[in-house]
Design a protein around this ligand. Sequence first.
Ligand code: PEP
Ligand code: MN
Length: 338
Amino acid sequence: MIIKMLEKATSEECQKVKELLIKKNFQVKDISGDTCCVFGVVGDTSSVDTNDIYALSGVSNVTRIQVPFKKASRTFKHEDTIVNVGDAKIGEGTFTVIAGPCSVESKEQIVGIAKDVKASGALLLRGGAFKPRTSPYSFQGLELEGLELLKEARKETGLPIVTEIMSVDLIDTFVKDVDVIQVGARNMQNFALLKALGKVNKPILLKRGLSATIEEWLMSAEYIMAGGNENVILCERGIRTFEKYTRNTLDLSAVLAVKELSHLPVIVDPSHSAGKWQMVEKLSLAAAAVGADGIIVEVHNDPEHALCDGNQSIKPKKFAEMMAKIEAITDVLGKKLR
Ligand code: PEP
Ligand code: MN
């Protein structure tokens, strides 16, 4: 960390900053120029809040050299993390496809879709049982009954299940019943939930928050990892921008940024980013091309009558066609899809 003092800062102010850092057991190197004091702070500064330094009088600028996330950072672990779930090795130079409806609606629906997506090469089944909806009057999911139906679909197809958790009180149930626990965009900074998930022995699929920077997203992964659970899969699902044509703006460059900054696997959600089923195939191909470790995509047998997100769900037939095209891209990249 580099701290630059104001030109007009007094030597007492400079000394005060220096002493405070020494008291916190950092080595402080004086790298002052002719016009102002500059300090280089040596040590692990991830616990230092830069705002606390700015609060001291005479401070002009504080610049971090190291990222504030440690466990999630590639600086501290060079090799890619591989998350093993069922037949999938997410992050191992493969392209893992997670598919299924936005919400579990009935046994026929979830089992039927599970069979269809499995036949086309999906390795995991998604389906929401507890749904975070903007309106309290919208369908909230089948909740525990939905979880039971997901388990039936898993029993019939062998596909591991991915589903969203919304509150800490359901953690024991999810640990018992679910293969990958999803933290949705709206809960990305629910720190109590993240801390609690740090204590469980199940992979966590952490979606990027609606307006989260890449650093904030990685700091949320850090919350989970700091608790001891290092099986985190990141998911870029589009961010909110000024653009209204699509539901969100898919930030594909975030995949590249995350690959550079972190060893964690990162997948893309083309459904929630576009909000339009017509865009799902192309965005999925783009996700494969950009180097994502997979996608999580909404597939529904009857999107016109879906209880949630039918407009962004593709039908099983379209999914099968899309998988063939994805395979053409993963072949070129030397990545396995199935
Ligand atoms: C979902 O996957 O169904 C979902 C609600 O996604 P997000 O949290 O990204 O909006
Ligand atoms: Mn959805």
